[in-house]
Design a protein around this ligand. Structure first.
Ligand code: SF4
Ligand code: FES
Length: 355
């Protein structure tokens, strides 16, 4: 039987993303984790783009803790084009040396003896006699390098918890400094924080008081700013959207999307309408995909026809239209007046103009 494999042709995010960042780590070209949800990057809404990224998309979907990454695949004849690269990619995402991981994702938390990568560094360590912390602290020779070296061995971009785990797993704990020593070291006043004089202590105290005063001053300024009303720079709700002749061809005109959140649509039936760019699901901003002749919301995959009518995804109703009128040779849009198709308002005067 001929060999075949699956390739991802469509990927979307169902509601419920907890913005954990995992998918963007697994497949940064496809997923863009924003403040409130993860979205699919506009370029990743094409099958040609997603097909070669199939392994990373599937990895991201399997790793999503709330299982909101959905995708569609098609069967393609022949061996997987990425067959040889998968192992490499897995090594890269799990970090080198993750023996026995069996393809497990995420950072490798070291167990048992330290990794050989920093074992040499740790061999210069000695156990301090101090037991004040409830157990022997491990100090690292003369050099300040070990923490940095461990960091680079784990990977500069490793998550903080992986970094901490690596250091603890390697038996390395940072010698603790007292408050004055930490202030002086941070200010670059002493290199060897272990030796501190009374004078240095006074200097540290002065710096600390200075920092405290600056903090209060900043907080006070922020509070004052909070009390003063802010002027927002919203674009006016009524605006001229060019001349009628600017919309001679049937199609979607995007020049007022960025500034006013409006698409001007010249529909095949000759009507010109002003369409809102707010997705009626949860308010993301869809993109117009000329090749598919549809608006596609990057958040959860809702699709809308050129008319604004929803036909796929979770959006419960069509995009809204704004009032549109002809004044002289100009088209004028009034965003304060909306028309909703599901309420039968698209046939009202002002919902469209005919040329
Ligand atoms: S889609 Fe899933 S993996 Fe991606 S950020 Fe949201 S919850 Fe995390
Ligand atoms: S906001 Fe969810 S599909 Fe648009």
């Amino acid at each position: 039987m001929a060999e075949s494999h699956q390739e991802v042709v469509k990927v979307w995010i169902a509601p419920g993303c907890i913005v954990c960042d995992a998918c963007e780590t697994d497949s940064p070209k496809v997923f863009d984790v924003q403040e409130e949800t993860c979205i699919i990057r506009p370029e990743a809404q094409s099958a040609d783009f997603t097909k070669p990224l199939t392994p990373s998309i599937i990895t991201a979907a399997e790793g999503c803790p709330v299982d909101v990454i959905k995708f569609e695949t098609i069967e393609v004849e022949g061996p997987e084009p990425w067959a040889g690269q998968e192992e490499e990619a897995t090594k890269e995402t799990t970090g080198a040396g993750g023996g026995g991981g069996g393809g497990a994702k995420g950072p490798v938390i070291p167990e048992g003896p330290p990794e050989p990568k920093w074992a040499g560094l740790l061999s210069t360590a000695h156990t301090s006699g101090s037991r004040s912390g409830g157990g022997p602290g491990v100090h690292i020779g003369q050099a300040k390098a070990p923490a940095d070296a461990i960091a680079s061995a784990v990977g500069r971009h490793a998550p903080p918890d992986a970094m901490a785990a690596a250091m603890v797993g390697s038996g390395y704990t940072r010698p603790s400094l007292n408050v004055a020593e930490r202030i002086l070291e941070k200010a670059g006043i002493i290199a060897d924080a272990a030796k501190i004089t009374r004078r240095q202590f006074s200097t540290a105290l002065a710096i600390a008081w200075g920092a405290l005063a600056a903090t209060f001053a900043t907080a006070g300024a922020a509070f004052q700013s909070f009390l003063v009303p802010k002027v927002t720079k919203e674009p006016p709700s009524v605006f001229r959207a060019g001349k009628i002749g600017d919309y001679a061809e049937t199609g979607v005109y995007e020049q007022f999307k960025a500034s006013h959140g409006v698409w001007i649509i010249h529909e095949p039936n000759g009507e010109i309408v002003a369409l809102s760019d707010i997705c009626t699901h949860l308010g993301c901003i869809p993109n117009w995909l000329p090749s598919d002749k549809k608006f596609k919301c990057p958040c959860h995959g809702s699709g809308f026809y050129m008319s604004g009518v929803n036909f796929e995804g979770p959006a419960p109703r069509p995009l809204e239209r704004f009032k549109i009128a002809i004044e002289g040779e100009y088209i004028v849009v009034d965003k304060s007046v909306k028309f909703r198709k599901e309420l039968g308002q698209w046939t009202l005067a002002g919902a469209s103009i005919t040329v």
